[in-house]
Design a protein around this ligand. Structure first.
Ligand code: ATP
Ligand code: MG
Length: 589
């Protein structure tokens, strides 16, 4: 099962060590999250390792989550394990079913599955609130937790600082029975929000502030999107997360570096819960990796939510957003995102990945797959004035064809007509060109790609002196693919779309959303770094066949880059294309 071709990293080494030592070889799994006794009565665990992707359903997934998804599901795949999708829904105010649905959708879209052998490993922390409550009670009874009735302000003050130890709460040594009664009252809704909390009793002088009696339960009279009003106390994430891991028999609990300081509490809690016989042994272990930082991008659900709420973008799925729904709408494929995740790898040191690495993964995926097409994005009319003379009729249409993919002849050819008037790119004509310009210029020759050679004879201008039409003469017998094609030598070949047959399309061109490479570094105001020119909408023309392109299908517009028919707005009547990426990297410039 181990894949030899993937480069090793510290996580793969840890897993390989655990497999070699049989650390998790003899455990049992009840088929669902459960306590120690239920697992002990279960079957031998068919999974060699268990990992999980544990999003909080409080926003849409972004490119950083894709790294974590590919990592967790990928490791499980590579080592004969199973990866769970778990919703860490312990924070009722901010969570919503809308986000749950969107997250499920995106993990599937990325190509991963939590259904293994007929068992769905999709779990919700909120389904285990009862067991978490039981764990809390057990800790109280064991003298390891107490209800603290200090004000929030006193608690904060008595926590101490990095240089000074904390001060014990006056409630710290109250009898367990009293804490237990209070905790039951908290659960019964008899105390106001903020009036008391349950704290673990560890060490108020610990150099790690996370061990200075961290809060593990608080009162919140908030409706939960799944449990409704059943609870008015909710576990803290740091308490719930290790318990969920243990209930699900996770072996390797992989999280981002900011949780490194929480690991001692993770270990403290699970060691005690194993000792108390509540969670199964061997217990999970936490490992930290560096989160993805991508230049010109912010990856924080809160900040992305702000961009949506304040109207800086048109929604979570705006193609400029680094959300997975945004990237999909932009034209990113699951394959390109998985390739990106593989290329960036994992490490224990924070770093920034250049946005061009993401774009290059897209190009490397689409180069071989995307069918080619011609499009004109800044249209200028070119008229062949001798058309009727050459072909016998002004409205004659000359059939042309081009390969669907130049390197894959087996994919066949696409057909389109050349007509007397065609759209060309405005930049492909210059009345007085600089040296080395090989496109249209009065007296010069160019080839209309897949068509004929034309000689430019001049242009027409409007009252403001702006060129409105380029005039040319077609050279008969120069048709691409015919014996005479090479008789006339040309230095330039330009793309075009028939003015009579081409289809008008809206084309959305995107630039980086931020002008700063690290928009939110050092607490900077990322909104001030927004690029006011990140979206440019142009009216262009595309090959006729593209009108019937399916929404979401991808093309390479020759010389322009990769484009996708917009998933939402594209129709045959009014085609809309998004530019996914240009053909060459422009980020470094
Ligand atoms: P955000 O700060 O954007 O809300 P989060 O870490 O709070 O992100 P969660 O939904 O809690 O979001 O994250 C689910 C998983 O995704 C976690 O295991 C987290 O470590 C991981 N993750 C989140 N952001 C990144 C990132 N930028 N790079 C790698 N992994 C990430
Ligand atoms: Mg978070």
């Amino acid at each position: 099962m181990q894949s030899a071709e993937k480069p090793s990293n510290f996580l793969r080494q840890i897993i390989e060590r655990d497999l070699a030592q049989g650390t998790y070889a003899h455990r049992r799994f009840a088929g669902r999250p459960a306590d120690a006794a239920t697992h002990a009565a279960g079957q031998p665990d068919p999974a060699r390792i268990r990992t999980r992707f544990p999003p909080e359903p409080n926003g849409y997934l972004h490119i950083g989550h894709a790294k974590s998804i590919c990592l967790n599901f990928g490791l499980a795949q590579d080592y004969g394990g199973i990866c769970h999708l778990r919703f860490d829904d312990t924070n009722p105010e901010k969570e919503d079913q809308e986000y749950v649905d969107a997250i499920i959708d995106m993990v599937r879209w990325l190509g991963f599955d939590w259904n293994v052998g007929g068992v769905s490993h999709l779990y919700y922390a909120s389904d285990d609130f009862d067991f978490m409550y039981r764990c809390a009670c057990a800790l109280i009874e064991d003298g390891l937790a107490y209800v603290d009735e200090q004000s929030a302000e006193d608690m904060r003050r008595n926590r101490g600082t990095l240089t000074e130890p904390g001060v014990d709460s006056p409630w710290r040594n109250r009898p367990a029975a009293e804490s237990l009664r209070r905790f039951e009252e908290m659960r019964a809704g008899q105390h106001a929000e903020g009036s008391m909390v349950l704290r673990a009793k560890i060490d108020m002088a610990s150099p790690n502030i996370n061990l200075r009696d961290p809060t593990i339960y608080r009162i919140r009279f908030a409706r939960h999107h799944r449990t409704g009003d059943a609870w008015c106390i909710y576990p803290m994430y740091t308490f719930a997360h290790p318990i969920e891991d243990a209930m699900e028999c996770i072996s390797h609990s992989i999280c981002t570096l900011e949780f490194e300081d929480q690991r001692p509490f993770y270990d403290w809690l699970l060691d005690h819960l194993v000792r108390l016989g509540l969670v199964a042994s061997p217990r999970p272990h936490q490992y930290e990796f560096a989160r993805l930082n991508l230049t010109y991008v912010v990856t924080s659900k809160r900040k992305l939510a702000q961009l949506v709420q304040d109207g800086h973008v048109q929604g979570w799925d705006d193609p400029r957003m680094p959300t997975l729904v945004g990237l999909r709408r932009r034209g990113y494929t699951p394959e390109s995102l998985r390739l990106f995740a593989e290329r960036i790898g994992v490490s224990k040191a924070d770093s920034w990945i250049d946005y061009s690495v993401l774009e290059q993964a897209l190009r490397d995926d689409l180069e071989a797959r995307a069918p080619r097409a011609m499009a004109v994005l800044d249209p200028l009319l070119l008229e062949m004035t001798n058309w009727a003379e050459v072909f016998g009729a002004a409205d004659h249409a000359e059939p042309c064809s081009a390969p669907v993919h130049p390197a894959q002849p087996e994919r066949g050819r696409r057909s389109f007509d050349l007509t007397a008037q065609v759209w060309i790119e405005r930049e492909d004509f210059m009345e007085t060109p600089p040296k080395g310009y090989h496109r249209l210029t009065p007296g010069g020759l160019v080839r209309l790609k897949y068509g004929y050679v034309v000689r430019c004879t001049g242009c027409e201008k409007d009252a403001q002196g702006r060129v409105v039409k380029v005039l040319a003469e077609l050279l008969p017998d120069t048709r691409s693919g015919t014996p005479g094609a090479d008789a006339v030598k040309v230095k330039g070949v330009i793309t075009w779309v028939s003015a009579q047959r081409g289809v008008a399309a809206q084309v959305r061109l995107f630039d980086r959303l931020f002008t700063q490479a690290q928009p939110d570094a050092g607490g900077r105001d990322f909104v001030a770094a927004l690029n006011p020119h990140s979206l440019q909408v142009v009216q262009g023309y595309v090959e006729p066949s593209l009108a019937t392109a399916d929404a979401g299908s991808t093309f390479q517009f020759e010389r322009h880059g990769y484009f996708v028919a917009d998933r939402i707005d594209h129709t045959a009547q009014s085609p809309v294309f998004n530019r996914t990426a240009t053909l060459k990297d422009s980020w470094g410039k």
